[in-house]
Design a protein around this ligand. Structure first.
Ligand SMILES: [Zn+2]
Length: 122
């Protein structure tokens, strides 16, 4: 795996997309090569601002996961991400970022981003 464009620290970040140097395909989740063309030269890419496509609320969750647990499906251009969603009034079509440092499960040592509405500047 080459790391020219995506250094090891960026590969550990969970708030970034990856982009193929060869064909331009973008995806989420760390992979050793492009899922479309097999190219190993990949760079990281900011997700930016996305649009909420769908959301759901899970009331029965494992002991160490918040309840209720809202989840959102968001399109960041051609990349879709499903993750925990913050913001009570957020609805389909709203603009969100994938950011922040949140504990998704009690006891986790690592923090992760959540889907957060852009407009909620409180
Ligand atoms: Zn590719």
């Amino acid at each position: 795996m080459t790391t020219d464009g995506a250094n090891a620290n960026d590969r550990m970040r969970t708030d970034l997309a990856f982009r193929c140097e060869q064909c331009g395909h973008r995806w989420y989740y760390t992979r050793g090569r492009c899922p479309d063309c097999g190219e190993e030269e990949v760079t990281t890419d900011e997700l930016g601002v996305g649009e909420l496509l769908a959301s759901t609320r899970v009331d029965v969750t494992p002991e160490d996961v918040r309840s209720p647990n809202r989840l959102g499906l968001v399109a960041f251009d051609d990349v879709q991400v499903i993750a925990q969603l913050d913001g009570e009034g957020v609805s389909v079509g709203d603009r969100v970022t994938f950011s922040g440092e949140h504990t998704l499960r009690e006891g986790d040592e690592q923090t992760h981003p959540r889907l957060t509405p852009v407009a909620t500047a409180e």
